[in-house]
Design a protein around this ligand. Structure first.
Ligand SMILES: *Cc1c(COP(=O)(O)O)cnc(C)c1O
Length: 388
C-alpha cells in the first residue's frame, strides 16, 4: 500500500513552527519563476522595504532573506561580524544563548559567556561591568529566549554596546513581527528571525537586517568570511543593495520568498501594536484559565515574553502522558521544556497565527475532557472577554 499523500492536520500550539498565515499558504502555489527574473527582483525589492519597516531599520541599512532557517541567521551574522581572535561577549539565559556561544567559538572568536539563571533576564549592569573589563568587538543577545519565555532588556543592553563601542547582534526570532522592534533607534547592528516564527510563513528563510555600520565592519575585514555561502557581500549583490547590476549568488527558494513576503505584508497591514496586544491579551487569558487547574507561570509578569508562555505543570500531572493524549485524541501539539526544564514546564506559542483565541479554546476543551476540569472553556472565554 502507498503511504497517505498528506498527514492529518494538527493544531500547532508550539513556539515554532506556527500555523501558516492564509496569505502565506496561498502564496506557496504562486507560479514558479526564475531567481533572476524581473518578477522575483520586483518582489524582493518590496520585501526588503517591508523588512526595513518591520525591523525599524534606517534607509541605509541592509535587509534581505537568507535561504536557511533562523539558526543560519544566527550563524551567518556571527560569521560576517567576527574574525578569528575577535572578542565576543555572548549573553545567555537559555538554549539559544548557548547556541550563539558555540557558534562564535567555532568561528574562532574569543568568547566569554555571561549567564543569567534560567527563567531570569540578563542584567544590563552585569553586561556593563563585563564589557568594560574586557571590551568586546561584538555583544550577542537573544531578545526573547524561547526555551524559558523570558524577554531580555535589549534597549538597555544596546546602550551598553554603544558605550563600549561594540557591535550588537540581536536574535529577534520570537519578537520581530509580533512585538515592537526598533533596530535603528536602539542602535542594533545585526538582527535576524526565522520565517516560521512570528510571521507564520513556512520554515526555510531567515529575514535579516544589517546596519550600515556593520556592513562597513564586514568590508574592512582582514580575513575573508569563513564560508562563501554566508558572506553578506554575495547577498548584497543579489539584492542589489550596492546599486550595481544584480548578481547571481544562489538559487533562492522562490515559493518561500512568495510566502514569507506575503506574511510580512500581512503583519504590517495588521500593525505591530495590534499584534502585540493580541498576543498579550491571549497570554493573560490562557495563564489565568490554566491557573484554575493548577498550572503556574514559570516567569514573573515583568520579565514575561508575550509570544512564548512558559507554565509550570501541577505536581500530579504526567507531562509526557498528557501531551501524548492531546496529540492522539485531539490533534493538538504542545511543547514541553528543554534540558533542565524538561518534564516540568510547557511552552505555549503565541507567535503570529498561533495567537488566536479559537485555537486556545480547543486546548481548553481538550484539557476540560482529559483533566475532568468542568467549565474550563467557559472560564477561558469569560477571561478573554475581560482582556479583549
Ligand atoms: C527557533 C529559534 C531559533 C532557531 O531557529 P531555527 O529556524 O529553528 O533554526 C533561534 N533563536 C530563537 C530565539 C528561536 O526561538
Amino acid at each position: 500500500m502507498n503511504p497517505p499523500p498528506s498527514p492529518q492536520p494538527i493544531l500547532l500550539l508550539t513556539p515554532g513552527p506556527t500555523m501558516l498565515h492564509p496569505r502565506a499558504a496561498a502564496a506557496l502555489s504562486w507560479p514558479m519563476v526564475g531567481h533572476m527574473d524581473p518578477e522575483m527582483f520586483a518582489f524582493n525589492d518590496r520585501v526588503a522595504r517591508d523588512l526595513r519597516t518591520l525591523y525599524g531599520a534606517a534607509d541605509e541599512d541592509f535587509t534581505a532573506l537568507l535561504s536557511g532557517t533562523g539558526s543560519l541567521g544566527m550563524e551567518s551574522g556571527l560569521a560576517n561580524l567576527l574574525e578569528p581572535g575577535d572578542r565576543a561577549l555572548v549573553l545567555s539565559n537559555g538554549v539559544f544563548g548557548e547556541r550563539m556561544g558555540e557558534m562564535a567559538a567555532r568561528l574562532g572568536a574569543e568568547v566569554s559567556v555571561l549567564r543569567a539563571p534560567l527563567g531570569e533576564p540578563i542584567d544590563p549592569e552585569a553586561v556593563r561591568r563585563a564589557a568594560r573589563a574586557q571590551p568586546p568587538k561584538l555583544i550577542a543577545v537573544v531578545h526573547g529566549e524561547t526555551s524559558t519565555g523570558v524577554l531580555n532588556p535589549v534597549p538597555e543592553i544596546a546602550a551598553v554596546a554603544r558605550e563600549v563601542g561594540a557591535l550588537l547582534s540581536v536574535d529577534a526570532v520570537t519578537t520581530v513581527g509580533m512585538l515592537p522592534f526598533k533596530f535603528a533607534e536602539w542602535g542594533v547592528d545585526y538582527a535576524y528571525t526565522g520565517s516560521q516564527k512570528c510571521l507564520s510563513a513556512p520554515p526555510g528563510l531567515a529575514p535579516v537586517a544589517y546596519s550600515a555600520r556593520a556592513l562597513q565592519v564586514v568590508a574592512a575585514r582582514r580575513t575573508p568570511v569563513s564560508t562563501w555561502y554566508s558572506d553578506v557581500s554575495g547577498m548584497q549583490g543579489y539584492w542589489c543593495a550596492d546599486g550595481g547590476a544584480r548578481r547571481y549568488h544562489h538559487t533562492v527558494p522562490v515559493q518561500l520568498h512568495w510566502a514569507t513576503g506575503e506574511a510580512i505584508r500581512a503583519a504590517l497591514e495588521e500593525g505591530i501594536a495590534a499584534r502585540a496586544a493580541r498576543a498579550k491579551a491571549l497570554e493573560d487569558a490562557v495563564l489565568a484559565a490554566l491557573g484554575t487547574v493548577g498550572f503556574r507561570a514559570f516567569v514573573p509578569a515583568r520579565w514575561r515574553l508575550p509570544t512564548v508562555l512558559a507554565v509550570t505543570l501541577p505536581e500530579a500531572l504526567d507531562d509526557a502522558r498528557l501531551r501524548a493524549a492531546l496529540r492522539e485524541r485531539f490533534r493538538i501539539a504542545v511543547t514541553g521544556g528543554l534540558g533542565e526544564t524538561a518534564g516540568r514546564i510547557w511552552r505555549l506559542g503565541l507567535m503570529g497565527e498561533n495567537a488566536r483565541p479559537e485555537y486556545y479554546a480547543r486546548l481548553m476543551h481538550a484539557l476540560e475532557v482529559l483533566l475532568g476540569a468542568r467549565g474550563l472553556v467557559a472560564r477561558f472565554e469569560a477571561l478573554l472577554s475581560v482582556a479583549g
